[in-house]
Write a protein that binds this ligand. Structure first.
Ligand code: PLP
Length: 358
C-alpha cells in the first residue's frame, strides 16, 4: 500500500554527488568553488542579530532584488529570488508546464531535469547532442517536432562545458512556440573575451528566462540561493503566485545581497579558476586524459580504456579525491572533474600519474 501519487511511486529521486563531512577530502565532484565566499559575506554574517530571526524575512527580498537588478541592469520586477537555482527550475515547471505537456532538454545535460519532469508528471523529450557535444544541425526541427512547451538549455552546458553563442539562443527563442529557460549556473566562468551576454536578449524576447545561482561563482553552495531573470510578465506569476511566501530566509537574503554587492571578489576567483582550468586540462591531456575546451569550472575528461573511468574514479576515491562518474550512455568512459585550488589540482594530477603507472 502506498499513498504516493502514481508518478512519484514510479520515479527515482535525484542522486546528488557525494558530500563528505571532512574538509580534508579533495572534492572535485560537485563543481563547488574551492575558494571561500567574499569577505563582505563573512562581514554580513557576523553582523546578523539573532533577535531579528523572530520576524519573517522580507517577503519580496527587496534588498536582494535591488542588488541583482543593479548588477544586471534590469528592473527589480525582472528578478525572482529562489532557494537555490534548483527551486527556480521547479517553479518554472509548476508555473508554466501542464501535466500533459512536454519539456525538451539536451542530452547529456543536468541530471536533475528528468527528475523534475517525473515529479511534475510531464513528458521529457531529450534531444541528443552530437558526439563533439555541439548542437545537432536540425535542432530547431527536432524541438518543433517534440511539441515541447518548455526548453531548458544549460549554457555553458553541464557536464560538457560547451558554450552556445547568445545569438544562437536568440534564434531558438524566436523560432520556438514556448518558453526557453537558459540555465546559466556556470556563466561566470565563461571567458570574458567571448562577450557572451544573454541578459540583453530578454528585452526583446519575452519567452527567455535566465537561471543564475550563487552556488558556483559566489562560493555559496551551502547558502541555497539563486534567481531568475526575465520579462516582468514571466517573473510576476512566480513572484506572486507559485513560490512559497517566504522561499528565501532572512540570513540567506542578507548574505546573498552582500555577495552580489561584492561581485568583483567572485569575478577574481573566476579568473583564477579559468586559468587553473586551462593548466589542468593541459596536464591531464599529457597523461592521456583529454578533455574538450570548457567554459565552466569543470572539465569532462576522456579516460583511456586501459584504466577505465569507473576504476579511476574508485582509485581516486580511495586516495580521498572525489570526482564525478556518470553511469550513463556516452559518459561511462569519462570523468567530470571540478577545478580546485592549485594544490588540489596538483594532488589530483599526481594521483592520476601514480595510478596510471601502477
Ligand atoms: C548547480 C546547478 C544549478 C543550481 O544549483 P543550486 O545549487 O540549486 O543553485 C542549476 N543548474 C545546473 C546545471 C547546475 O549545475
Amino acid at each position: 500500500m502506498t499513498y504516493e501519487r502514481k508518478n512519484i511511486e514510479k520515479m527515482q529521486g535525484y542522486a546528488p554527488g557525494e558530500q563528505t563531512g571532512t574538509l580534508d577530502t579533495i572534492k572535485l565532484n560537485t563543481n563547488e568553488n574551492p575558494y571561500p565566499p567574499s569577505p563582505q559575506v563573512a562581514e554580513a554574517l557576523r553582523a546578523i542579530d539573532v533577535a531579528a530571526l523572530k520576524r519573517y524575512p522580507a517577503p519580496l527580498a527587496d534588498s536582494f532584488r535591488q542588488a541583482a537588478s543593479k548588477l544586471h541592469g534590469v528592473q527589480v520586477e525582472q528578478i525572482v529570488p529562489t532557494n537555490g537555482g534548483d527551486e527556480l527550475l521547479r517553479l518554472v515547471l509548476t508555473t508554466y508546464v501542464e501535466q500533459d505537456d512536454s519539456i525538451a532538454v539536451c542530452k547529456p545535460s543536468y541530471s536533475l531535469y528528468p527528475v523534475l519532469a517525473d515529479i511534475q508528471g510531464c513528458k521529457l523529450q531529450e534531444i541528443l547532442l552530437n558526439d563533439d557535444w555541439s548542437m545537432p544541425e536540425d535542432f530547431l526541427d527536432q524541438l518543433g517536432a517534440s511539441k515541447a512547451k518548455l526548453l531548458i538549455v544549460v549554457n555553458p552546458n553541464a557536464p560538457t562545458g560547451a558554450l552556445l553563442p547568445a545569438d544562437y539562443l536568440a534564434r531558438i527563442a524566436e523560432n520556438f512556440d514556448g518558453l526557453v529557460l537558459i540555465d546559466e549556473a556556470y556563466v561566470d566562468f565563461v571567458d570574458p573575451e567571448l562577450n557572451y551576454d544573454s541578459v540583453s536578449l530578454i528585452e526583446s524576447l519575452e519567452n527567455i528566462l535566465i537561471l543564475r545561482t550563487l552556488s558556483k561563482a559566489y562560493s555559496l553552495a551551502g547558502l541555497r540561493f539563486g534567481y531568475g531573470i526575465g520579462a516582468a510578465s514571466l517573473i510576476a506569476p512566480m513572484m506572486y503566485k507559485t513560490r512559497d511566501s517566504y522561499n528565501t530566509d532572512y540570513i540567506a537574503q542578507r548574505l546573498a545581497t552582500a555577495a552580489l554587492e561584492s561581485a568583483d571578489y567572485a569575478r577574481e576567483n573566476c579568473t583564477r579558476i579559468r586559468q587553473h582550468r586551462e593548466s589542468l586540462r593541459a596536464e591531464l591531456g599529457q597523461l592521456g586524459l583529454s578533455a574538450p575546451p570548457s567554459q565552466s569550472n569543470f572539465i569532462l575528461c576522456q579516460v583511456p580504456d586501459s584504466i577505465g573511468a569507473a576504476k579511476l574514479y574508485r582509485e581516486l576515491k580511495s586516495r580521498n579525491i572525489l570526482v564525478r562518474y556518470f553511469d550513463q550512455d556516452r559518459l561511462r568512459d569519462k570523468l567530470r572533474i571540478s577545478i580546485g585550488t592549485e594544490a588540489e589540482n596538483a594532488a589530483l594530477v599526481a594521483a592520476i600519474a601514480e595510478i596510471i603507472s601502477a
